[in-house]
Structures are given as structure tokens and as C-alpha cells.
Design a protein. Sequence first.
Lengths: 359, 336
Amino acid sequence: MLARPEPKRTPSKPTTNGWLIALFVLILAAALVLSLSLGSVSIPIKQVFGILFGKPALKESWTTIVLNFRLTKALTAVLTGAALSVAGLQMQTMFRNPLADPFILGINSGASLGVALAVLAIGTTGSILLAGISTAGDLGLALAASIGAGLVLGLILLVGRRVKNPTTLLILGLMFGYAASAVTSLLIYFSLPERIQAYTVWSYGSFSGVTWSQLRVMAPVILVGLALTVFLPKPLNALLLGEEYARSMGVNVRLTRFFILLSASILAGTVTAFCGPIGFIGVAVPHLCRNMLRSADHKLLLPAVAIIGAALALIADAIAQLPGSQYVLPINVVTSLFGAPFVVWVIIRQRKGRTSFSV
Amino acid sequence: MSSPVLSAHDLQIGFQSSRASRKVVASGLNLELRASEFVCLAGPNGVGKSTLLRTLTRLQPALGGEVRFSGKPLRDLSNKDLASMVSVVLTEHVQVTVMRVRELVGLGRFPHTGMFDSRSRQDEKAIENALELTDVSHLSDRFVQELSDGERQRVMIARALAQEPLLLVLDEPTAFLDLPGRISIMHLLRDLARTHRQAVLTSTHDLDLAMRSADRIWLMNRDGSIAQGSPEDLVLIGQFGHTFSQANLQYNALTGQFEEERDRTKLVVLRAEGLAGTWTERALRRAGFEVLVEGAPDLPLVEVEAQGITNSWRLTWQGVSRELSSIYALLNALLE
């Protein structure tokens, strides 16, 4: 009998991936420090660390800038990037569709409709109400967007329990989105230009509108959304083979789907409510991480996309500030304009004849 | 005899779209499958083979009757218990890209690991074992999308084996493979049953292969009934002819093959022996001739002269005799 060659042991992949994750954390830390230091006023990194650890800065104003503007903005960016990437990864796996993003089920359209109603409709019918909203600051907008996103979320969860096929859910989500967008367009059509301007600014997306008091609401909700994914890597891995295989392996598909929808909707809805509809990150970061880690394992991918998503959001925001100038670009412009070529480059470079652009 | 791994009593299968409308595919099915048995489910297209397999594995509900796994009713089993009793290879083409073979096979451990999917030494051993049984150990670090169809199918079987089920169920596992691939998959399944006492149930279109490798065949008829038996038993009771009979197509119980029924008005006399004789006769029959051993002198006469591996054919017809160097040339000469 021929001696069978010993099966080659897997090269120490877990260690390699551990190093990569450590590298990702370093990138995130660097991006965080950079975003605190850069802006219309450039603050030396040494001073930034000093301010963070409670030492008096060279200039009084620097402390205010770092603690009250840049730190809130940076934390918002971190939360947003992580939330959108995790939600996007879950949607891509659940729908087994590489183009799925956190908003595929119409969450952002619901949020947009909420904001449009608050800014446009109420604005045209009663200026007193609008005045009330503007004095309450952007918390009013966040509330309106939350209600809109929450309504769509409720509808999706309700329908999701009855629908057997995820594709059906996808189509229903699209239809919710179209319906909500249509109503929003209608509102815009009949609105005054100034009101439209307010809506348009919100729709550009921004991390800088979030204050400490808003962060106190936003951060816990996003953390809950992220915490829901702790038990999901195993069923998500099984779902990569499709719902039928997952069921044959003992996955409770309905329950899993419920938690995925709940988590992704909370994450996407909260981000949209506080920062506006932020595109691109949610669809691109999962692909980026799959390509860099060469793995589809969600035990690895979930933390990886959260870290890389947060870092990319910070970098996008840093670019949006146009360091050294007084101008600030809309965040959506930066993510798409700078991010798209980068992702195309990563994917083409890794491709080499394979179909990498898939879940 | 061991108790059956799978049994079905008075099973009714089909689709229930609403309370009022149901489409029954088959009913009154009584089936049984024992450990270390390799059973092929065969039958014409669209009779409900997939529906039966999906019902037996609870991927779709039974309309009536009962299915038991090792004596336990299917409807009482938890998802996890069922998953450790039966694993599947579906027809659906799995679309994964950056997943390595070992990872894919490892997914089979799902019902055996805890909430966070941490693997014990036993889990690793089961994965290793599954890779070896299906002869894909050398592929374990490759990405799934780089595999050929045959390799991929073996890997899907490895995944199902890593689940360590009592019963392995496959739906048309040879559908997209070339002939050697189909044979090797069927032999793999047979060996799993014979050598490793793994109960295997597979549906297949490959009647010929099924007959050569299955311990038992479940032959599903167009009316939804199922005839069970060893392949040879089913031939002897004329079951294949019954199940697959169509206009112009008959099952030849002698050759074990389906043959086109046609009027053989052209006659030819063949005098030949050995291998060359056998294949010449086949060729003549394929060309629509009735082949005789003796016949009137006005009929074409074919004689084969074998000299080692070089053969020559002599055709004598209407007083003319011709030497031909191949069967192809012979047929052309006859059909002129």
C-alpha cells in the first residue's frame, strides 16, 4: 500500500490574522489622533495628548476645540464607521448579495422622510413648530429621523417574520424605500427653497453636528446594536451557504434573521438619525476586509469591519475638513470620491482572475 | 438486522400554499433505510424526487404521515438534534469566494459546537476525517471558488460528513459532472456506506450508475408510488420498463439499457467473433439494421477478420466484395 502523504497543516493563519487585526487597531488609533490634531486650526499631536490627559494647553482655545468639537466629532465618526460597516456586512451575508448595504431595506428613506416632514411640511404649515425644532437644535432632526427609521424598521421586522425568502424581503425593502422617497420628493416639490436647503444640508451627512448631549443617546444605542452581533458570527457563517444549508445545520433561521435585521436596522437608523445618510462605507468596508483578510469567517470579519470602518470614517472626516482651510466638504462627497477609486484598486489588485467581488 | 436509520409511514408529500390549496405529489409512501445502506432514489424528471428528499430532511413539511429517525419522530426533533442525525448536499450551487476548503468543511461542525463555535480536538478530528474520507485533504487550504466542479462536490460531501450524521442525503450530486466525475462520486458514496457504515440516500438521473453501485433503489413512478428493491430485483419484475416507459423507448432487460424502438426493416448477416464482432454488431444495430447470423444469399454479408489489434471488414453484397478498414467505412458502404 502506498503511504499517504501527511495532510499539510494549515499555515498559522490565525496568528497572521491576529497581527492584521492588531495593525488595524494601530491604524484606527493613528487616525483618531490625526483627526484630533488636524482641522482649520492645526494643533500639535503632543498638545492633543496633553489636553486629553487633562493638562493645560498652550492656548486656551485648543482645549475647547479638542474637547468640545473634535473629540465629539471623532467619536461620532468612530461609532458611525463601525455601525455602518457591521450593518453592511450583515446585510451582504444575509442577502448573499455583494451590493447590499445597511440601507438596502429602506431605513435611510424612512429617516429622510422623517426629516423631510419635520423640516419641510411642518415648516410650511406652522412656523412656530419649526422655531421650536430649531431651538431644540439638531436633536429635533435626530428625533424626526429616528421616528422615520423606526417605522420602517418596525415594518421590516413585522414583514420579515412572515416572509420565507430573503429576496422577497429585499424587494419589499426596496418598495418601502421608493414609497418613502416619493413622499419626500413630493414634500420637496411643494416646499420653500430655504427649507429645501436645510433638508439638503442634512442629506449631505455630517459628523460635526453631534454634541456631547446627543452622543449620550447615540453611543449607547449603537453599542447595543453592536452587542447584538456577539452571538451572530456562527449563524452568519452558516448563512454563507444559503438559508437551506443553514437550516440543515440546525440554525434557527427565523430567529437569526430577526436579530440580524434588528441589529442592522438599529445601527443604520441611529447613524442616519444623527449624521444623515452616510453612503459608501457600509457597502465598501466589508469587501475591503474580506479582501485584506482573505477570509469569510465572521468571527474575524465582524471585529475587522468595525475597526476598519471606524478608521475610514475618521480619515474621510479628516479629508473633509480640508486641513488648514476654512472649508468643510460634505462627508458623503469624500467617502465616495476618495473611497471608490481606493476600493476599486484593492479589488482589482487582489483579483487575479478570481471573482473576489462577491460575498 | 439493525433497526432502520430512517423510516417513513404513510407519508404524504407535496406543497401547501394556503389552508385550502394543496398540491399532493405523492402519498401513502412507506420507506425504510438501514445503516450502512446506499440507496439511490431514481425516477423520471419532475416526479417529486427532490420534494421527497426535502420532506425527509424537514426542509419542507410533510402533508401527512410520519418520518422517524432511529425511531424518533421527525416532528419532535429539535433543529440541533435533526442536524446531528441528517446532513445534506443540495443541488444549489454554493457561492462563496474567500472561504477555504477547511473552513467550509468546518461549517459542518455547527450542531456540535457551542454558541461561539469554539472547536474541540474532537471537532478538528471530525473535520480531518471528513477531508480524508472524501480524498480532499490536499485541497484543504485552497479557496472554494478555485476548485473544479468535481472537487467542489467532494468538498460539499466532506462538509456533510463533518456533521457526523446518521444519514447523508444528497440531491443530484452528479448533475454537473463529466462521466469520470460521476462515477467517482457514486463510488465514493458506495464506499462510505460499505466501508464506513454510513447510511447514504441520493437522488440521481444516472440509472446506469445507480444500478451498478446502489444497494437498493427507490424507483419513483409518475403516479407518485415508489418501488423498492435491489437494482436486479427491479429489473426482474419489469419495474424499470414500467417506470420509464415512453413511446419509442424501451428498457431492454437483457442489456440493462434503454433502446429506441424502431422498425428494423434492413437486414444484414454478420459472421464475426470476439470483441470486434460485438462492437460491429452494436454499430449495425445503431445504424438501424436487424443483425442475423444466417440469411438469404441476397442479403449483405459482413465478415470480420481480426489480426491482433488490426481488423478488417469484408462486405459482400450484390456479388461485389469489398475490403473496409473501419466500422465507419463499413457503415458508409452499407448505407450508400
